[in-house]
Design a protein around this ligand. Structure first.
Ligand SMILES: [Zn+2]
Length: 157
């Protein structure tokens, strides 16, 4: 299901069908979306993936060039919009509350992080393709790795 790319320490999917639009094909391994996965059971002998020497590898989700560009543009725009709004919010709170505006910084951080996520989801959904997160959720390759003792969460964190 994956080819292990030892040089780049990543698993490249052998099935090139794009997991985001379901119509395109990944023509370049660099266009795939990569997410880190962690080995959780060291004692488990993974016959299929025992050649992976590391505790952490990047696992590729097939993605076509068009979906990659939609994801990248959405991420850039969402980050910009959310953080400009967050800064505007903090300035406004300072203007209203004076020194107590310092409390507004927490609100600003929430707007920044949550806003980036939500705007990104909106921009990508508008293009009728899956978001980066949706593509991971029901990916058969990721599910298979989970069955073999790999996790999306860092056990050391
Ligand atoms: Zn696609």
């Amino acid at each position: 299901m994956f080819n292990y790319n030892e040089e780049k320490v990543r698993m490249e999917p052998t099935d090139t069908k794009c997991q985001y639009c379901k119509t395109g094909n990944s023509t370049n391994a660099d266009d795939n979306h990569y997410i880190p996965m962690f080995k959780t059971k060291d004692s488990t002998y993974l016959i299929v993936y025992s050649y992976v020497k590391y505790q952490q590898v990047d696992v590729g989700i097939s993605r076509c060039a068009s979906c990659r560009s939609i994801h990248d543009h959405a991420a850039q725009r969402a980050t910009l919009i959310a953080w400009v709004s967050a800064i505007a919010f903090v300035i406004l709170i300072f203007a209203i509350w004076g020194i107590w505006g310092i409390l507004g910084i927490f609100g600003g951080l929430i707007i920044g992080f949550l806003g980036t996520f939500l705007i990104q989801v909106k921009l990508v959904s508008d293009k009728d393709i899956h978001t980066k997160y949706e593509g991971i959720k029901d990916n058969p390759g990721v599910l298979e790795l989970k069955l073999h003792g790999w996790s999306l969460k860092n056990p050391a964190a």
